[in-house]
Write a protein that binds this ligand. Structure first.
Ligand code: DGY
Length: 323
């Protein structure tokens, strides 16, 4: 009998055509509440669980899958929704899909920076409502990016890819590494400087978040951080929603502590804070950082690599350190 691979949602090709040669794939077709996911795991007894970033893969879910479960291959780069302590204590492996979504996510951060700086969504609404009354010297003024300072919080693959794109717009870079000893790559050294988070918030014209969600990064951008930013500054978040205190951000946007914000991720996803939904200086996207057909297919391919290795009992090509 073939081992089972349990996917919460079906993945794009080439996942199924590659994995089906070695395992029976079961697609739940939904993101289930914990109780129902525990029941599904008990019923299907998968060798590999393939969740999404929206699944709460708790201790109860993982323990219900023992002893058949060999590991978890998440279809995402972020893995804050997986109980890593339980994985480690049972000697299970976690693998993710890094690298292949770097360019798409960095593009999305740039899209938000440009949209907020140049008030693209406000302008679009004005035209659709036919309320543009004609060009004047001070109409719908935005923020100039040429010569501006971009502060990148979390200078990993995606943060660095954002820095490379921003350099082409004439921006210089301040970066806050999210782990000690992280080095600035040689091609970015001439335009980048390492700073503390406090300096980054104080000095940057645009602050873009690229750190993983951990207990240390939850509400990294709180009222204090927002108040310390320039009144002309822009905040962009394409990482995980809870890095930002959304209530404080809504107040910051309403009271003009900062110029604007561009968000792709939310504290209470899939919902944005009600006061952010009505803020004209916020551009809100529905978690589409990696949403291109090519990127999602590459993520499926990498996820298949991880699953096949786990099934074979060999180390997956993209393991996550369970420390
Ligand atoms: C991830 O992979 O973690 C992104 O948030 C979605 O692709």
């Amino acid at each position: 009998m073939l081992p089972r691979v349990l996917c919460t949602l079906p993945l794009p090709e080439p996942f199924a055509s590659r994995v089906a040669l070695h395992a029976e794939i079961v697609n739940l077709g939904a993101i289930l509440p914990e109780e129902e996911l525990v029941a599904a795991v008990r019923e299907y007894r998968p060798a590999v669980l393939v969740p999404q970033l929206r699944d709460a893969v708790t201790a109860r879910v993982l323990e219900a899958a023992l002893p058949e479960l060999k590991g978890v291959a998440i279809y995402a780069v972020g893995y804050n929704n997986i109980d890593r302590t339980v994985l480690r204590s049972h000697g299970l492996v976690l693998a993710n899909t890094p690298d292949v979504l770097t360019a798409a996510t960095a593009d999305c951060a740039l899209a938000l920076i440009l949209a907020v700086a140049r008030r693209v969504v406000e302008g679009d609404r004005i035209m659709r409502e036919d309320s543009f009354t004609g060009w004047t010297p001070d109409y719908l003024l935005g923020v100039e990016l040429d010569g501006a300072v971009l502060g990148i919080v979390g200078f990993g693959r995606i943060g660095q890819a954002v820095a490379r794109r921003a350099r082409a717009f004439g921006m210089s870079i301040l970066y806050v590494p999210h782990h000690q000893g992280a080095e600035c790559p040689p091609d970015l050294q001439d335009c980048s400087r390492e700073v503390s988070l406090a300096e980054c918030c104080r000095e940057a014209d645009v602050v873009s978040l690229h750190a993983p969600l951990t207990s240390e990064t939850r509400h990294l951008i709180d009222a204090g951080a927002l108040r310390s930013m320039k009144r002309t500054a822009i905040l962009v978040n394409t990482s995980r929603g809870p890095l930002v205190d959304e209530d404080a951000l809504a107040t910051a946007l309403e009271e003009g502590w900062i110029f604007g914000a561009g968000l792709d991720v939310y504290e209470d996803e899939p919902h944005a804070h009600p006061r952010l939904r009505t803020a004209p200086n916020a551009v809100l996207l529905p978690h589409v950082g990696s949403a291109t057909g090519a990127t999602r297919a590459r993520m499926a391919d990498v996820c298949a690599d991880n699953v096949l290795a786990l099934l074979a009992g060999t180390p997956p090509p993209h393991p996550v350190a369970l420390d």
